[in-house]
Write a protein that binds this ligand. Structure first.
Ligand SMILES: [Zn+2]
Length: 264
């Protein structure tokens, strides 16, 4: 019970982190093509990182949203070379479905695969809780050829769990309802507290993306880093070796988000 309570608290904390995700939402309004999430989406900070970290081990969770894509192999090559794990919150939209077989390599190399939504279309997924869960079921069905669906128990809501863009489609309680239902269904969800701002338009340079990440880390000892894995975010892959090196030099351990529960 104690653990459950603590985890529940952690979820609330994570939920607060969704700021970065709003970028996802903005672009999703007019197109079904997935777009990046950013800091503007979350309406509350990821409070878990405000706990006194003075005696805690430093851990970084690299996360990649909106893939797989034509950039995935470059990302996997870097992660393999640097020998660090990451978490991929994937979609299965029209424009990326052909890359889904890359999930076999992703899983085989020790990375975690998690759910982002099938279509990433805000208007559709946030229309109602049932529409959202239908979309998640469709995603799991499409992933089932490459990943054991039983292992797909982690979610990241497009726009983050505290986004308000969804209210436009599903009313002001849509995220609250979805979060409660996610927990009831046995899912966990996680936002982020470090945002690369790599999918916000203008194709930020690798140097800019690197600087965005370091800027957000500050003195956090638990960093959940939001990056993207799309055709448009090749500069994220270009920045990744330096980002990883920075965290290594700063003494961070790399892990996947499914281990968050036991670490809090
Ligand atoms: Zn996204």
């Amino acid at each position: 019970m104690k653990n459950k309570r603590r985890f529940g608290r952690f979820h609330r904390l994570l939920a607060a982190a969704g700021l970065c995700a709003l970028a996802c939402l903005g672009a999703g309004l007019v197109t079904t093509r997935p777009v990046g999430c950013s800091n503007d989406d979350l309406t509350a900070p990821l409070e878990v990182m405000t706990e006194d970290p003075s005696e805690e081990e430093k851990v970084v969770y690299l996360t990649f949203d909106d893939g797989p894509s034509s950039t995935t192999e470059a990302v996997l090559d870097i992660l393999k070379k640097e020998e660090v794990p990451a978490t991929f919150f994937v979609i299965a939209a029209e424009n990326n479905e052909k890359y889904l077989p890359l999930l076999e390599r992703t899983a085989a190399e020790g990375h975690m695969i998690a759910l982002h939504t099938c279509t990433h279309d805000y208007k559709a997924i946030y229309q109602s809780p049932s529409a959202y869960w239908q979309d998640i079921d469709a995603l799991k069905e499409k992933l089932s050829a490459y990943v054991d669906p039983q292992e797909l128990v982690w979610l990241r809501f497009p726009g983050g769990s505290t986004n308000t863009v969804s209210h436009k489609y599903g009313g002001s309680s849509i995220m609250k309802d979805l979060k409660a239902q996610a927990t009831e269904k046995g899912y966990h969800y996680v936002d982020w507290n470090v945002c690369a701002d790599d999918a916000i338009g203008g194709h930020p340079s690798a140097e800019k993306i690197y600087n965005n990440v370091i800027r957000d880390v500050g003195d956090k000892h638990r960093c959940i880093v939001l990056m993207h894995d799309t055709k448009a975010t090749q500069n994220t892959a270009a920045a990744l070796p330096d980002i990883i090196r920075w965290f290594k030099n700063a003494g961070y351990r790399f892990d996947t988000v499914d281990h968050l529960e036991r670490e809090i």
